[in-house]
Ligand binder design. Structure first.
Ligand code: SF4
Ligand code: SF4
Length: 105
C-alpha cells in the first residue's frame, strides 16, 4: 500500500457501514434439568435478566432487558440456556417450549 491509500480507503467506506445497528433483544430459555445451579448467569448477565429462584436455578425475570449478547449461552457450563434472537419489530417466535422462561424436561 502506498502513502495516502489508507486514508482514502477510510473515506470511501461503503454507506451501509454507517447505518445504525438494529436493536436486538433475546428470548431466553433456561433448561432446568440441565442446570447445575452454579449461578454464573445470574451473577454476570450484563443486563441482570436473571434472578436465582427458590430451587437454585435461574429465573428469567427481565427478558425485556436481554440484548441477545449470548454471554450466558457461551459461559453456561451445562449448555442449559438458549437465547433466540428477536430483531426489532419481529414477533417473538412461539416455540411451545418456553413457558415463563423456564423449561423442565
Ligand atoms: S444473552 Fe446476554 S443479556 Fe441476554 S440473558 Fe444472556 S447474558 Fe443476559
Ligand atoms: S450458568 Fe448454566 S448451570 Fe450455571 S446457573 Fe446459569 S443456567 Fe445454571
Amino acid at each position: 500500500m502506498q502513502a495516502g491509500e489508507e486514508s482514502q480507503a477510510v473515506e470511501e467506506a461503503p454507506p451501509e457501514t454507517t447505518k445504525p445497528r438494529p436493536k436486538r433483544r433475546g428470548k431466553v430459555t433456561v433448561f432446568d434439568n440441565w442446570c447445575k445451579g452454579c449461578g454464573l448467569c445470574v451473577a454476570f448477565c450484563p443486563r441482570k435478566v436473571f434472578e436465582l429462584g427458590p430451587e437454585g436455578h435461574p429465573v428469567v425475570v427481565h427478558e425485556e432487558r436481554c440484548t441477545a449478547c449470548n454471554w450466558c449461552v457461551y459461559h453456561c457450563p451445562d449448555f442449559a440456556i438458549v437465547v433466540e434472537l428477536v430483531e426489532d419489530g419481529e414477533q417473538e417466535r412461539k416455540t411451545g417450549q418456553a413457558v415463563g422462561g423456564r423449561v423442565r424436561r
